[in-house]
Ligand binder design. Structure first.
Ligand code: TRP
Ligand code: SF4
Length: 418
C-alpha cells in the first residue's frame, strides 16, 4: 500500500510548504496575483503562498463574472486565532464578488474526533460567530443537516473506491465507514455551491494539510462531467464520457464546423472558451452537473506561542477568543521569540523576526498597517528594541484586538439560530 504523504487528521502536520509545492504540484501564488485589482494583505505579506488553478478566480474577480468561495471548519473544539486566516480569506473573496459558503463539518468531527452532536452544535455556533464578526455574508450550514449535500455526497461516492482512499489517506480495512463518509461529504461540500447556485469557478482556501481533499475533489469533479473539452492541433475535441448520444448530437448541432464521430465531436473554427461554455450549457440541459474543477489557495500556518503548531491540544500554544485578559498577557509574555541569548548580542545582531511567534502573530492578524509592521521589523532586526519591550507592546495590541473582536462576536452570536 502506498504511504499517504499528507494526513489531514494528524495533529502535527507541520509541512514544509516548499516540498509540498514540488511534490504535489501546488503552484506559488505570486505570479498570479499581480492581475488582481486589489492584493489583500495576506497575499502581500506572504501568508497565502500557494494555489491550484487560482487564475480563473482572478479572471472572475476582474471581469465581475460569477464565482464561489467556500471553506469549512471541523467543530472539534473552540475556534482560536489560528482559524482566523481562512475566515478572512473567505470574507475578502465575498467582498470581491464571490458567493460565500461556509460548512460546519460536524459529520467529520463526529466520525473522526468522536465529538457528540451537542458539542458540534455548540462549537459550530462559535465558528459562525467568528465569521460574522469578521463581516462574512453568505450561506452557512451544518453537514449533518443538509440533505442536498448528502445526496450529492452519495452521487460523488459512485466515483471513488477504497483503493483510491487507501492511496490518498492510508485508509486500511480497519478504517470505519463513517470516516470514509466524512471524506466524501467534504468532497460534496466543495462542489455544493455549484449545485446550490450554478456551475462556476470555486475557490477553497485551506492549509496545506487539506490538500488531499482538494486533489480528490478535483478528480471527482472531472469524473462527474458528461464531456471533456480539449484543444488539439487546429481543432477542439469534445469527448463524451457518459453522455447520452442525444447530448453529443446537441453539441454537434451547436457548431457549424463540427463533425461527429463515435464518442466525440471535433469542432473547427471556434474558440475553446466558447465551446467549453456551450458544452457546459448542454450538459446542464441534459441533467448533468457541468462542474468547474475547483481551485484552492494555501496559507502557511501561524506558529503557536510555544513554537510548534497552534493547536487546541496544547493550551499554551493558542490564544482563544474567550480567555481573560491576564491569561492572554501572560501567554504573550512567555511566547517564543526570535531574540538572541544576551542583550548585548541582541543589540549587535538584532532579533530574527521570521522565527518569532510574536512577530508572526502581528504579521498574521494584529498589525493591519504595513508601515507599522515594517517599523516593528526594522527595530527588531536593527537591535533597537528588546524582546521584553516588544512583547509588552504586542500584548497590549493583542488584548485590544481581542476585546474588540469579542464584542463583535457577542453581537453576532445573538443573530445565530442553530
Ligand atoms: N476537513 C476540514 C478540517 O479539518 C473541514 C472541512 C469540511 C472543509 N469540509 C470542508 C474545509 C470543505 C474546506 C472545504 O478543518
Ligand atoms: Fe520578536 Fe520583537 Fe524580539 Fe524581534 S524584538 S524577536 S519581533 S519579540
Amino acid at each position: 500500500m502506498q504511504e499517504p504523504q499528507i494526513n489531514p487528521w494528524s495533529s502535527t502536520p507541520t509541512l514544509d510548504i516548499g516540498k509540498a509545492f514540488a511534490d504535489f504540484g501546488i503552484e506559488p501564488i505570486a505570479p498570479v496575483i499581480t492581475d488582481l485589482p486589489d492584493i489583500p494583505y495576506f497575499m502581500r505579506r506572504g501568508i497565502v503562498v500557494g494555489h491550484r488553478d487560482y487564475r480563473p478566480i482572478v479572471q472572475a474577480i476582474r471581469n465581475r463574472t460569477p464565482f464561489h468561495i467556500l471553506t469549512g471548519f471541523m467543530p472539534s473544539g473552540h475556534p482560536h486565532l489560528g482559524h482566523l486566516m481562512v475566515m478572512k480569506e473567505v470574507v475578502w473573496h465575498v467582498q470581491q464578488g464571490g458567493n460565500g459558503y461556509v460548512t460546519i463539518a460536524d459529520r467529520e468531527a463526529h466520525a473522526v474526533r468522536e465529538m457528540p452532536w451537542e458539542k458540534c452544535r455548540e462549537y459550530g455556533k462559535e465558528y459562525l460567530a467568528c465569521l460574522l464578526a469578521l463581516g462574512f455574508e453568505g450561506q452557512t450550514y451544518f453537514q449533518s443537516r443538509n440533505d442536498r449535500l448528502k445526496d450529492l455526497a452519495f452521487e460523488a461516492a459512485t466515483k471513488v473506491n477504497f483503493s483510491e482512499l487507501a492511496a490518498i489517506y492510508g485508509f486500511s480495512p480497519e478504517t470505519d465507514l463513517a470516516h470514509a463518509d466524512s471524506v466524501i461529504t467534504q468532497v460534496a461540500d466543495i462542489l455544493f455551491p455549484q449545485i446550490d447556485r450554478e456551475p462556476a469557478p470555486t475557490v477553497v482556501p485551506v492549509g496545506v494539510d487539506q490538500d488531499p481533499h482538494i486533489r480528490l475533489t478535483r478528480g471527482i469533479a472531472h469524473k462527474m462531467r458528461m464531456f471533456t473539452v480539449e484543444e488539439r492541433d487546429g481543432y477542439i475535441s469534445v469527448r463524451s464520457k457518459n453522455a447520452r448520444n442525444t447530448a453529443l448530437d446537441a453539441v454537434k448541432k451547436a457548431f457549424p464546423h463540427a463533425k461527429k464521430y463515435e464518442g466525440h465531436v471535433d469542432i473547427r473554427e471556434a474558440r475553446c472558451a466558447d465551446v467549453s461554455a456551450k458544452v457546459r450549457q448542454i450538459e446542464r440541459e441534459c441533467g448533468g452537473f457541468a462542474f468547474y474543477t475547483p481551485s484552492s489557495t494555501y496559507h502557511i500556518f501561524m506558529p503557536g506561542l510555544t513554537g510548534g503548531k497552534m493547536s487546541s491540544s496544547i493550551p499554551e500554544s493558542i490564544i482563544s477568543f474567550y480567555e481573560p485578559e491576564a491569561a492572554v498577557r501572560k501567554k504573550v509574555m512567555s511566547g517564543i521569540t526570535g531574540g538572541r541569548m544576551t542583550l548585548e548580542e541582541q543589540k549587535q545582531l538584532g532579533g530574527e523576526p521570521d522565527k518569532c511567534s510574536l512577530y508572526l502573530l502581528n504579521l498574521f492578524h494584529i498589525v493591519t498597517d504595513d508601515n507599522e509592521l515594517m517599523e516593528i521589523r526594522r527595530k527588531c532586526t536593527a537591535g533597537e528594541i528588546t524582546c521584553g519591550q516588544c512583547k509588552k507592546e504586542t500584548a497590549e495590541r493583542v488584548v485590544a484586538f481581542l476585546k474588540d473582536f469579542r464584542e463583535k462576536m457577542e453581537a453576532a452570536a445573538e443573530t445565530i439560530e442553530v
